[in-house]
Design a protein around this ligand. Sequence first.
Ligand SMILES: [Zn+2]
Length: 490
Amino acid sequence: MKSKTIKRVTKLNFLFFLIFFTISCKKNIPLNPPDPSKNFRNLTILYTNDEHGWMEATTTHGGAAGMVGLWKEKEGYTESGPYLILSGGDMWTGPAISTWTHGEAMAQVMNAMDYSAAAIGNHEFDFKVEGLMERLEQSEFPFLSANIKSKTTGEIPDFAMPYLIKEVNDIKIGIIGLTTTTTPLSTFPDHVKDFDFINYADALQEVVPKAKQDGAELLVITGHICAGEIRALIPIAKELGISVIGGGHCHRVVNDSLNGIAIIESGSYMQGYAKVELVFDTAGDTVVSKKQDVVENIGGSPDPEISTIVTYWQGQTNATLSEVIGYAKAEINRHSNGMHNMVTDSWLFAYPAADISCTNAGGIRQSIPAGDITLGTIVGVLPFENNIIELELTGTEIKDVTDDMHDLIVGGMTKNGFKLDDGTPLEDNKTYRVLTTDYLYARSDNNFSLYDTDPYYTSILYRQPTIDWIKSLNTSAANPLDQYLDHTPR
Ligand SMILES: [Zn+2]
């Protein structure tokens, strides 16, 4: 009797333990195990955005090869497995390895990484529509955008696919692309003058029903749009049955869920990837469970195939450094007004939407010797991996930062009496668009980050406009660069 009671108590205890254990451990069971009899299927979405050509490993992050290593080691990734790899756009314009090949190197890397689709970002237009078409031809995945319309036909242009239906592990996935409506302001405006970038909600309402008609069961957006814009889209996305929205353009790490919709963004420069692990019920077309995360690209063993491609392009880039891009009759001294004005003016040449440019003279490291100017010369003059950012500053704030930094050199204005190039005085309360570097922005000896907490990252390397400007002049011994320089002190 006693032993029976004990047994029963033990049994009850065990039951209680089981229930308790199940409840208490529920948090630690991330996914319901797939049940084929119920048509449950696994899918892992691996997502990057704003890669900007950062295929090379850095001192802190693993680059493209390290990322694939992480995918294999941490995510169990195999090419034939239930994985969907997507990009949120801005695939190139960044380090020389990507920029000097107009993105060719990066497209090859992304092919090898098995991307299924990429959103069209503003920087996909940096080498004109012709450059985008070249990359599209080369890429083994489509470029998506549902909200780019030709101004003449009102149709989505040929280079953009509004959505892709891709089947992974028996799940028909509808992947819809979006492109930032700020594109005309954040690439060379002339490159996109033939297109309208219509609002995201209208584009989704037009395109999502078509994707469903084409059989899409699970709907995913890959969008070159910022998280704030995504949050504003949640009600319409919910109505349309979208499950995952990947963003981009603002270079943020986002790992959020609103109304059951996963919102992800990986940061930028291949420093990490976002992932969403889903269990999908193909009978009911519903997401049964979902787990999401953003993983930093550190510690993966470099994938040999990707490493080989990156090494090849590093060799090509080094060979490119000997390319002659211009000619100087006399040395252009690194401390001269001619040099300073050339650098700051070239930024406004590349980015005409801005009013003013400024940088530290200390970022100019060498003089340009007389004779042929090669790409390597300019890399030596402006050697850092600094990128140009755009700030919105008032006249008063501009005066304050120029007072704080005595080696600040400027374009579009003069510090003598604070006048713009056209002679009009800087107005204290007026807001100006000011270019500077991400490096100066991060420095603590000025108030840039205080005055504009949300800078726009152009992802243009600070030396690239100077290269482009010199090239555009077609200089030679008969037509030397010297005659184009402005020696006026500012
Ligand atoms: Zn962008």
